[in-house]
Design a protein around this ligand. Structure first.
Ligand code: GRF
Length: 209
């Protein structure tokens, strides 16, 4: 079983979807061992505590820049022997060193169908406001590997959601969460953990040849 850390900044409803999946036995190849928030008031910290998951705040405000911040996070991930890092509504920039260290072992969920409505400045309600302003008929969510380019890593999974005539940014955000994010993220996490486990087993086999 791989060790998973979930990084949050806000309400943690995607974290909750992962916790529910874990409780219901739908995470077969990984276990959530740690929750890290970049701000002390994230409700996701309460969700972690309610589920007995160790949680800590590494406050972005306490660090000079993304590099120092990423270094601090990396130290805690290593201390907990974390194999997979899941960014679930995590809003801080992590810096290149930790992204390289966790290459293909760090994933993110974004509330649009990448490459649309992503990158610099696209987060939270801003994404859904832009979707409605553009008038697209289909949106959704994407789980992708984290790379040095914001929202630019290889896509793992996507789930479409149809836009309704009477949608507001709030109603669309809620439906994308309910019909795409909360369903897809646990599946993507289990799929990536399974793939990483398989890869590790092959490496061990090759080393023993
Ligand atoms: C979600 O819409 C997620 O796609 C985006 O930020 C939001 C976080 O929500 N990255 P929550 O903290 O998981 O409730």
């Amino acid at each position: 079983m791989l060790n998973i850390a979930v990084l949050i900044s806000g309400s943690g409803t995607n974290l909750q979807a992962l916790l529910n999946a874990q409780k219901e036995g739908r995470l077969k190849a990984g276990t959530i061992r740690l929750v890290i928030s970049d701000r002390p008031d994230a409700y996701g910290l309460t969700r972690a505590a309610e589920n007995g998951i160790p949680a800590l705040t590494i406050n972005r405000k306490d660090y000079r820049d993304s590099r120092e911040f990423g270094k601090a996070i990396s130290e805690h991930l290593r201390a907990h022997d974390i194999h997979l890092v899941v960014l679930a509504g995590f809003l801080s920039i992590l810096g290149e060193a930790i992204v390289r260290e966790y290459s293909h072992r760090m994933i993110n969920i974004h509330p649009s169908l990448i490459p649309s409505f992503c990158g610099e400045g696209y987060y939270g309600l801003k994404v859904h406001r832009a979707v409605l302003e553009k008038g697209v008929k289909v949106t959704g969510a994407t789980v992708h590997y984290v790379s040095e380019v914001a929202d630019g890593g290889r896509i793992i999974m996507q789930q479409p959601v149809f836009v309704r005539e009477d949608d507001t940014p709030e109603s669309l955000q809620k439906r994308v969460m309910e019909e795409a994010e909360w369903i897809m993220l646990p599946k993507a996490v289990d799929q990536v953990c399974t793939a990483l486990t398989y890869k590790e087993e092959r490496q061990v086999e090759n080393e023993s040849l």
